[in-house]
Ligand binder design. Structure first.
Ligand code: TK8
Length: 336
């Protein structure tokens, strides 16, 4: 395929068509900030995207990953993009609701049933509808990658029933919908940036936190957590964001390469994330975590308990955005 493309370009050039030349690419080092560690599938996605951008720009565009919040947490790094002092961040959508309230729609509890639904929503019209709102707040979204379905860990007890949440001090992302959800089930929910979670668990300032298996595993939370309860209570996408101020200074070709390569990175990142999911769970077990799956009837009680969160958050998220999400989901599910 690649050879074919090269051949086609050479043929076009020979015929006198203007083929993209590397003169349209400046030497650039693009810093990519990440809260997760490089072992996370985001590491694979960034490597793929970097190789793609290097190849298509004649090595002029280089992506440099920073890991474990080395350039600041999700929110802080995103603010640096908005002020034009940093190029890229790969961040969960949830900590950014203060910047764009519509992003809160992804935080509604038990919204997506599986990865297929998430992909269809994010890669389809709805994902575009959200992405179109980001330039107004100084951000350009190149693609949606995957953090994944979130599960609860804690150091006190297995959470098998609704009542087991009662009184647990659980860290949540800086996000009003997560706060409401976890308060509603009875926990003492504490909003906190991701970087602070490990030390807070270690010192027992908090009892628990919630994240996808892969993030729990690659962040080594098993070293400071005993119980893992498979709740799958929310799906978090990663946004692959570029500073709008810096984006506007790129040539059209540079923009095209980054957009296309973010999609290549996405496909790799999601693939690895899904392959790793089961392996991460096995790792967590092997590393001593006690894993439980609440019975279906108990899961139904949890879902029922947090239903009012939808109603309560609609105004802050924006009614149009919530309605669109629900309509898109109904279409996908064939239930409209
Ligand atoms: C990593 C975060 C993290 C998120 C959280 O930067 O804060 O719990 O799930 O994965 O984006």
């Amino acid at each position: 395929m690649r050879m074919l493309t090269t051949f086609a370009l050479a043929a076009a050039a020979a015929l006198g068509f203007s083929a993209p030349s590397h003169a349209q690419f400046e030497n650039r080092t693009i810093r990519v900030s990440n809260g997760v560690n490089q072992e996370h599938p985001v590491g694979n996605g960034v490597a793929k995207m970097a190789a793609c951008a290097a190849e298509r720009s004649g090595n002029r565009m280089r992506l440099q990953g920073f890991w474990g919040g080395a350039l600041g947490g999700d929110l802080q790094a995103t603010q640096a993009l908005r002020s034009g002092t940093q190029e890229m961040v790969i961040t969960s959508s949830s900590p950014l609701v203060g910047i764009l309230p519509d992003l809160g729609v992804f935080d509604l509890p038990f919204l997506f049933a599986n990865e297929r639904e998430a992909d269809q929503i994010l890669d389809g019209d709805f994902g575009k509808y959200i992405a179109d709102k980001l330039p107004a707040v100084g951000l350009v979204n190149l693609a949606y990658w995957e953090n994944g379905f979130r599960n609860l860990t804690n150091s006190r007890r297995p959470v098998a029933r609704l009542e087991d949440f009662q009184g647990l001090r659980v860290r949540v992302m800086q996000n009003n919908i997560f706060l409401d959800t976890f308060r509603t089930v009875g926990t003492n929910a504490i909003p906190m940036a991701f970087q602070e979670v490990f030390p807070a668990l270690e010192t027992r300032a908090i009892d628990g936190q919630e994240n996808p298996f892969v993030t729990i595993d690659t962040s080594k939370f098993h070293e400071v957590q005993r119980f893992l309860s498979v709740t799958r209570h929310a799906y978090t996408p990663f946004l692959v964001l570029y500073s709008k101020a810096l984006w506007d200074r790129l040539s059209a070709q540079e923009q095209q390469v980054l957009s296309a390569c973010a999609i290549e990175g996405r496909d790799e990142q999601r693939k690895v994330s899904r392959e790793l999911n089961d392996r991460s769970l096995a790792n967590l077990r092997r590393n001593g975590m006690q894993v439980n799956e609440p019975a279906p009837a108990e899961m139904a009680r949890m879902r029922e308990a947090v239903k009012p969160v939808y109603e309560r958050s609609a105004a802050t998220i924006g009614k149009e955005t919530v309605d669109r999400m629900m309509a898109s989901l109904a279409r996908i599910r064939g239930t409209n």
